[in-house]
Design a binder for this molecule. Structure first.
Ligand code: BES
Ligand code: MN
Ligand code: ZN
Length: 494
């Protein structure tokens, strides 16, 4: 794991293998951002000419490397574009992405110093989070060692007030996101419900969480009909994990419920092969909840938080649930399963039902729930639905504060009748495909009593990056929404 430290040494004198600086774009051409002071002088006044010769524009995401030929201790400078922001008005997400892109471009380099704008604690934290997340790589299954290793030692150049606290928070956030990415990337042969529960128990206990694991017997006896129904087709039975953190001075309790399908084959309503090969990522919601609880505990936030990981493997077999089966959920409501591929909502309602017993001020569930989320909002923007408009907006703001894209979506009442079942209280699927992200939200809402503030985050797209790496986001597992949940908890902390 990459380490990070703070240093207020000038960029031109820091002993490192590569120096990262920011470049703004502008009408008068590219200009070095703050943080790079003294560099031009050390380079004999040649910085502008060098950038010009390299065709650097300063556009966000742009990367240019050039050698320093002994003019300073760092043999290489990496210039990363920051776009055209007036001084002191830089969006923290621009900084996170720039730091991430620059560190990614330095794979194979042992040490890097980041001389991006970090005049405040907030900026220092953003630079550190972006740099640490940009240094992510998943190497567990590689044997040939021919991939350049990520930067191992990062130094953030900053003398900002509050910089040390911001750096410590950044390390906690990055550790959680890194763990979630690893879990998402781990193949389902090595991550099944009981294994995930074991990891949660070990790591959670270490972080100071109290951890309770319900196995398949406890789930059956406890009336968790949804988790049991989804898990019954797999040779590897389901689990419900409860992670709890409390602070003596807290006056608010948050409950997070995560969809943790360690592999979603669709069940008997089998997915086509092309839609299945990345369904190891269908536990990303539970990953985010787990990562967030760890971070909340490690940061010692003055809030109470409980997290539920609804873990099951959705498989077809002789013991699998059948389309048209009916089960009784934890709430007592019966559900007709018309499509076994709409399984996430079935495990979530039991998690939500159990979370209600904690009498939380707010329940937020997080799930890679519908392909319709990707149709509606694309790969990178999560959909946020709620039975409370103010809470929905609060979740969207909490996401934006962390640079995570999320957008409020409605829960139109008229979609409820599409979920009428001919035999049970409700069906798990509406007959038509239009608006399925919202219909899934409507389904969940039926299991939330009036007066309970609840929000639902559909992160089907953001949870897994099928495209190329960008900014601080790698290919594969992203750890999306982990930081949003921590940010939300910070809002509720005293
Ligand atoms: N896990 C999938 C949703 C998903 C799709 C996540 C693509 C990430 C990327 C979910 O369990 C599912 O299969 N949803 C179905 C629901 C449908 C049967 C109502 C879908 O979206 O097609
Ligand atoms: Mn499914
Ligand atoms: Zn699923």
């Amino acid at each position: 794991m990459t380490t990070v430290r703070l240093d207020s040494t000038a960029p031109a004198s820091i002993d490192t293998d590569a120096l990262i600086i920011g470049i703004h774009s502008g009408p008068d051409g590219p200009r070095p951002a703050s943080g790079a002071e003294g560099l031009d002088e050390a380079l004999g006044g040649k910085l502008a000419a060098t950038l010009g010769a390299l065709g650097v524009k300063g556009k966000p995401g742009e990367i240019a490397k050039f050698p320093t030929f002994g003019a300073l201790p760092a043999p290489v400078v990496v210039a990363v574009g920051l776009g055209d922001a007036p001084a002191g008005d830089l969006d923290p997400e621009t900084l996170r992405r720039a730091a991430g892109a620059a560190v990614r471009a330095l794979a194979g380099t042992a040490r890097a110093a980041v001389a991006l704008p970090a005049g405040t604690g907030g900026e220092t934290g953003a630079v550190a989070v972006g740099a640490l997340l940009g240094a992510y790589d998943f190497t567990r299954y590689r044997t040939n060692g021919d991939r350049p290793a990520p930067v191992a030692e990062l130094t953030v150049l900053s003398g900002a007030e509050g910089g040390a606290e911001a750096l410590a928070r950044a390390e906690v956030l990055a550790a959680s996101v890194t763990l979630v990415r690893d879990l998402v990337n781990t193949p389902p042969s090595d991550l099944w419900p009981a294994r995930f529960a074991e990891i949660a128990e070990e790591t959670g206990t270490e972080a100071g969480l109290s951890v309770e694991v319900l196995d398949e017997k406890a789930l059956r006896e406890g009336g968790y009909g949804g988790i049991v129904a989804v898990g019954q087709g797999s040779a590897r039975p389901p689990r419900l994990v409860r992670l709890a953190y409390s602070h003596p001075e807290a006056d608010k309790t948050l409950a997070f419920v995560g969809k943790g399908i360690t592999f979603d084959s669709g069940g008997l309503s089998l997915k086509p092969a092309a839609a299945m090969d990345w369904m190891k990522s269908d536990m990303g919601g539970a990953g985010a909840v787990f990562g967030a609880l760890l971070a909340i505990a490690r940061l010692g936030l003055k809030v109470n938080a409980v997290g539920y990981l609804c873990l099951a493997e959705n498989m077809p077999s002789g013991t699998a649930q059948r389309p048209s089966d009916v089960f009784t959920s934890y709430s007592g409501k019966t559900v007709e399963v018309l499509d076994t591929d709409a399984e996430g909502r079935l495990v979530l309602i039991d998690g939500i039902g159990r979370a209600l017993e904690d009498a939380p001020d707010v329940i937020v569930d997080v799930a890679t729930l519908t392909g319709a989320q990707i149709v509606a909002l694309g790969w990178r923007t999560a959909g946020v639905m709620s039975n409370d408009d103010a809470l929905r907006d609060e979740v969207v703001r909490a996401a934006a504060d962390q640079g995570e894209a999320a957008w409020g979506m409605p829960l139109p009442e008229e979609l409820r009748k599409g979920l009428d079942s001919a035999v049970a209280d409700i069906a798990n699927l509406q007959p038509e495909r239009w608006g399925s992200m919202l219909a899934a939200g409507i389904f969940l809402k039926e299991f939330v009593p009036d007066g309970t503030r609840w929000a639902h985050i559909d992160m089907a797209g953001p949870g897994f990056n099928k495209g190329e790496a960008h900014g601080y986001t790698p290919k594969g597992g992203t750890g999306a929404i982990t930081r949003t949940l921590v940010g939300l908890a910070e809002r509720y902390a005293r």
